[in-house]
Design a protein around this ligand. Structure first.
Ligand code: KG4
Ligand code: ZN
Length: 333
């Protein structure tokens, strides 16, 4: 069975073809980052309009890459939410329009399930069950995953998501959008220990997170610099921020592994691309004897491959999950 995946929840248009026999056949992505950069964040209306421009050429691109005609597609999976309403509507209408034209069933996929299952696209894929840390721009969740569709929420953020904390702190330091990769790069030049930032909820007995205080602490530090903040100081603050957030994320993963008794940890979502976090988790895994799995770097942030894959996994469990019903509905929240 060949599933076409369509992702358009935010500022990336992703199309992909996944074959349940042969694996990922093709994927193509267009990132709108350059377009939103000058506004310091995603402008929803611009995002929707750009998805319209990009989606069909990307579809042609994946079909060409896979050397397949359109009618080789057996089912179409699209991101139904969460995300920006207008952006989601573009992907949904394209998926449903294609489904109607080709007489193929369509299936709405939860964006976070796409992220959650993305590490299973890697060569070295984890077996179930595992603990998953889902860290994206909008969400921070720890989950116990027993199989496709079998998810138990263990803990989540009470306020800002991890990616949001990266982005907002980066903005305070005058770094561009998206701030996560930028603050991470700058932190490499910072001196550890110059500044100490709080590690919110590090010792709370639950598996929840809270990152808004960390962002406020960064703001306070930035404000304290009476004269113009110098580059080295920026790097030192970036370093303090990254060290604090990584400490919290690693500690909560260890607590989740302990609570569940599991020995496999899966990291998913955009912040999963973070280098310092990966280094800290790899070191903890060696020390505490568990295994940690990541998606391929290109599948950490939004992409169509994870949506095609999640759709295919859903359809393997229940072939009726996709329907020839083309009146679509998106779920921004
Ligand atoms: O999963 P994702 O692409 O989109 C959502 O579903 O939200 O995640 C985007 C988030 C952004 O906040 C971005 O700054 C962050 O992931 N991010 C990173 C890195 N790469 C992306 N954060 C820290 N370090 C990175 N290398
Ligand atoms: Zn995402």
């Amino acid at each position: 069975m060949i599933v076409l995946g369509v992702e358009s929840s935010c500022d990336e248009t992703g199309l992909a073809l996944y074959d349940t026999q042969r694996g990922l056949l093709a994927h193509a992505l267009y990132s709108q980052v350059a377009m939103h950069e000058e506004y310091g964040g995603v402008v929803p209306e611009l995002a929707s309009r750009d998805h319209i421009r990009r989606a069909i050429p990307l579809l042609e691109q994946v079909l060409t890459q896979a050397a397949l005609p359109r009618n080789a597609v057996d089912a179409i999976a699209y991101t139904q939410g969460p995300g920006l309403a207008g952006a989601l509507l573009v992907g949904a209408s394209i998926a449903c329009g294609l489904g109607l034209a080709l007489d193929r069933p369509v299936l709405g996929v939860h964006h976070l399930e796409g992220h959650l299952l993305s590490p299973l696209l890697a060569g070295d894929r984890p077996d179930f069950p595992f603990v998953a840390l889902l860290i994206s721009g909008g969400h921070t969740q720890l989950m116990r995953v027993d199989g496709v569709g079998q998810y138990e929420l263990l803990g989540e953020t009470l306020d800002d998501a991890a990616g949001e904390a990266f982005d907002k702190s980066a903005k305070l330091l005058g770094l561009g959008y998206p701030g996560g990769p930028a603050i991470s790069r700058l932190a490499e030049f910072g001196d550890p220990g110059t500044y100490q930032l709080p590690r919110p909820m590090l010792h709370s007995k639950d598996l929840n997170f809270s990152f808004s205080g960390l962002k406020t602490a960064v703001l306070t530090l930035v404000k304290k610099q009476t004269v113009n903040i110098c580059e080295q100081d920026k790097a030192n603050i970036a370093r303090a921020f990254v060290d604090a957030i990584v400490d919290v994320l690693v500690a909560k993963c260890l607590a989740a592994l302990k609570q569940t008794g599991l020995k496999r940890l899966v990291i998913a979502g955009g912040v999963g691309a973070n280098r310092q976090l990966r280094e800290a988790l790899n070191a903890a895994a060696q020390k505490k004897r568990f295994r940690v799995y990541y998606p391929e770097l290109e599948f950490c942030t939004d992409n169509g491959a994870m949506i095609a894959f999640a759709g295919a996994m859903r359809l393997q469990i229940n072939p009726d999950a996709a329907k020839r019903e083309y009146a679509f509905n998106v779920r921004p929240r």
